[in-house]
Every structure is written in C-alpha cells, then in structure tokens.
Design a binder for this molecule. Structure first.
Ligand code: PHE
Length: 450
C-alpha cells in the first residue's frame, strides 16, 4: 500500500486502455443490430445525442472523481461525501458497482468464450480439420465452459501484470490492430453483392421510429454499456491518469473513439448481414425482426462465411480475432475494478487479489454456463438494464450535488489552466446536476409506466 500508485505512462496509453474498455461486444454487435432494428439512422441520431448530452458528462464525472481521489470507486465516493449519510451512500454505490461489473464480466466471459472457440474453429476449418472444427463451432455446455475459462485466464494474465505492464501494454498493442482489421473487413464486405442494401437499412433514417418509447430506452442502455459507465471502470482508469492531462479533452477523445468505432462496426455488420441475405441466409427471426445479439455472430455470419467459399475462410478468422480483441480489452477493465478495491482496501498483493477474484468470477461464470437457460438473460438484464444506468445516475449525483464545486474546478485546472473560462465549465456542472439525472429518471419512469 505504501508504494506509489500506478499511472498510465502516456496519453496514448490511457486513450487505448479507456477506448479499449469502451469498445467491446456492445459496439460490434449491440450497436449495429440495435440501430438496424430501431429505424437505422434515426437510432444513430438518438444515440449520438444521448452520448453527447448524457454519456460524455457522465464519463467526465467518473474521470474527474477518479483522478481527484486517486482511488477505487468505494474509496473515491466516500472521500467526496459530506457527512455520514452520503458516506454510506458512497459505500453502497461503490460496492454495488463492483458487484455489477463482476457480474457483467461473468456473462461477458461466456460470450467471449464462444468467440475464442469460433476463432480457433475458423482456423481449423481453413486447414480442413473437420472433426475439431465441428466441436469448436457447435454450441455445447462443455465447450462453453472450457472457453469461458480460457478467456478468463487471458484476462487474469493481463491484469496480473499491472496497470502499465498489463492493461496499458496490451491495450496499446491490441486496439490499433482492431481498427486496422475492422477497416480491411469493411472495405472487403462493401464490395460484395447485397452490401448496399445493408448500408441503406443502416443509414437511411426512419423517423417514425423516434416516437417509439423502446428506442430511447435501447439507446440509453446502449450508451451506458458502451461507454462502460456506472460501475466504476472509468473512475478507476481516471485514477491512473496523470495530473498533466487535460481531462475534458481526453474524455472527449474516448467518447469519440467509442462512438466512432460503433458507427464503423455498423458499416461492417449490416452490409455483411445483407450479403448473407443475398446468399440465401436467413437474417430475420420468426417475429420478422433482424436477428441480433449472440445469434447474429454465431449463426448468421458463420452461415455467410460458409456461402463464400475460400473468401469466407479468409475473412472468418480476422473477424473473430477482432471480436476477441474487443472483448479482452473490455474484460481487463472490468476485472481491474474489484482488484483495485481489494488491493487498496485490504492491502492485498495485486497478483494474489487478481488470482482469487479471477477464480471467483470464473466460478460464477461457470454457474451461468451450466444454467444458461435460466440465468444468462436474467443476469444481462439486471446488470445492464437496471443496475448500470441507475448507478450511473448516482455517480452523476455525487459529482453534481455532493462534491464541492470548487474542488472540482481545482482538479480540472490541473492540466487545463483557464478551464473556468471554457465552454466545458459553463455547461458540464449544469448537466451533471440537472440534465443527466432528469433524463435518466424520465427514461425509467417511461419504462415503468408505458
Ligand atoms: N463497454 C463494453 C462494451 O461495449 C462493456 C463494458 C461494460 C466494459 C462495463 C466495462 C464496464 O462491450
């Protein structure tokens, strides 16, 4: 505990780690299919608006609190508290965030495990090893359990090496590769028959959908999940940023990278789905909606790759590598949340804390794998639709109502002299005080009553 607290070595390192956390499965399959089934560009538009008026301010709240307190979420919120009641609230919110993110990691590892299996499967398929390929790409409890464990082991391996040597090092290697792979795949897919229909579904707005209350709820959940908000992840990454950094600027870069990559993923996934349709693959479910979520990745796209012959073999492997990279840079940021708490609160050794917490989360993850039908959707729903936005609300309440305004300004001045005259300082305090809480509450009220 007495050793100096870890810090990212550079702005680039922080940007890669934070955008690595933000860019994940949520971007690659959540965003494109959500957009396609909610009016294409009408969803895109609502989403961008929500990221701008809600996501970015909430992200900034976590980054500023983190850098100021140099602590994990529980310690941080307690430091900002003004009395016993807000101290208790800080404790409850911080702990709820840790539990939520650990549970998110449990289901995330299940899905990421499938991606790892498919990644190997596309490779063995390319070499004509039919038996192994069949096993790797067939949904079965044993396979799912094995690959969830493999994925968790990789997560533990990276986090154990520490903030600079693990998280930063791997994120700066993996994120640029992700962008390059995605760019190449987009260019290729857009040359195929049917791709333009997908682009049309994605980019031509159907504004009638804006009236649909489900749209804004989907966009809100998507924005919180995608920016990794409400669970202390961005807070802990913020606590590793140097005091020389200009926080509003680096925060906006993270939001832009995340949103930009989500939009790019749309240019890959939707055209690919319509290429699949042109090749005779079923892309709508029984209710007539576009197939989304896990089904999309492990049914529709593989069926597409199959119809493409050799070209399919060539693109399947990079596609799954892309997904595994996106997952891993997110999962390490999730595991860091409980790890930082245990290390800082109980003075535990980092490597031991990572192993014990990693094992515990893997065990819960296996419980989900073995009771998939009952637990999977339930855990996803509780963590991402309820817990995350509600906790996100409480984080902004801390920044807007409980934390002293002057001390926020002091923190922002470091690395950004004159911030008090900036547009950011004119708008942000008002946003976290009023706009963000009101929008989140309004969305919930609408969800409950309509
Ligand atoms: N943002 C990640 C994604 O889009 C998920 C995530 C949620 C990461 C919460 C960390 C914390 O997939």
């Amino acid at each position: 505990m007495s050793t100096a607290r870890a810090e990212f070595s550079s702005r680039f390192g922080f940007l890669m780690a934070a955008s690595g956390s933000a860019v994940g499965l949520g971007n690659v399959w959540g965003f494109p299919t959500n957009a396609a089934s909610n009016g294409g560009a009408a969803f895109l538009f609502t989403y961008l608006l929500l990221v701008f008026i809600l996501g970015y301010p909430a992200l900034m709240a976590e980054l500023i609190i983190g850098r100021h307190t140099r602590s994990n979420a529980v310690g941080a919120l307690q430091q900002l508290a003004r009395g016993p009641a807000s101290r208790l609230l800080g404790f409850v919110v911080g702990v709820a965030g840790i539990i939520t993110v650990s549970l998110i990691l449990c289901f995330y590892a299940v899905v990421s495990g499938w991606m790892v299996a498919w990644m190997f499967g596309s490779l063995t398929g390319a070499f004509g090893l039919e038996g192994v390929t069949q096993w790797l790409t067939t949904d079965a409890t044993l396979r799912n359990a094995i690959f969830a464990v493999v994925f968790m082991a990789a997560t533990v391996y990276v986090v154990r090496a520490g903030v600079r040597e693990g998280i930063e090092k791997w994120s700066t290697r993996l994120m640029p590769s992700l962008i390059v792979i995605m760019g190449l795949l987009i260019v290729y897919v857009l040359t195929l028959d049917g791709a333009i229909d997908g682009l049309r579904v994605y980019l031509v707005p159907d504004f009638n959908r804006l009236a649909n209350p489900g749209l804004i709820i989907s966009a809100l959940g998507q924005a919180f999940f995608s920016l990794s908000l409400g669970v202390g992840t961005m807070l802990i990454y913020g606590s590793y940023i140097s005091r020389q950094e200009n926080l509003p600027v680096v925060g906006s870069m993270v939001a832009l990278l995340d949103t930009g990559i989500a939009c790019l993923a749309g240019l890959l996934v939707l055209p690919a789905m319509y290429v699949a349709l042109a090749n005779g693959v079923q892309i709508y479910d029984a209710g007539g909606a576009l197939i989304a979520g896990p089904q999309l990745i492990v049914v529709v796209l593989p069926a597409l790759f199959e119809t493409m012959g050799t070209a399919g073999v060539v693109i399947a492997f990079p596609f799954f590598v892309l997904l595994v990279i996106a997952s891993l840079t997110s999962s390490i940021s999730m595991l860091e949340v409980p790890v930082a708490y245990v290390v800082e609160t109980y003075g535990a050794k980092r490597s031991r804390a990572v192993l014990v917490l990693g094992a515990l989360i893997t065990a819960i993850c296996l419980v989900i794998v073995f009771n998939f039908g009952v637990l999977f959707d339930l855990v996803v729903m509780i963590t991402t639709e309820y817990s995350q936005p509600l906790l996100g609300l409480l984080f902004v309440v801390f920044a807007g109502w409980i934390w002293n305004r002057n001390s926020i300004l002091e923190e922002l001045r470091q690395g950004n002299e004159g911030v008090e005259h900036s547009l950011f300082w004119k708008i942000w305090p008002f946003y976290v005080r009023f706009v963000c809480p009101v929008i989140i509450v309004a969305v919930y009220v609408q969800m409950i009553f309509f």
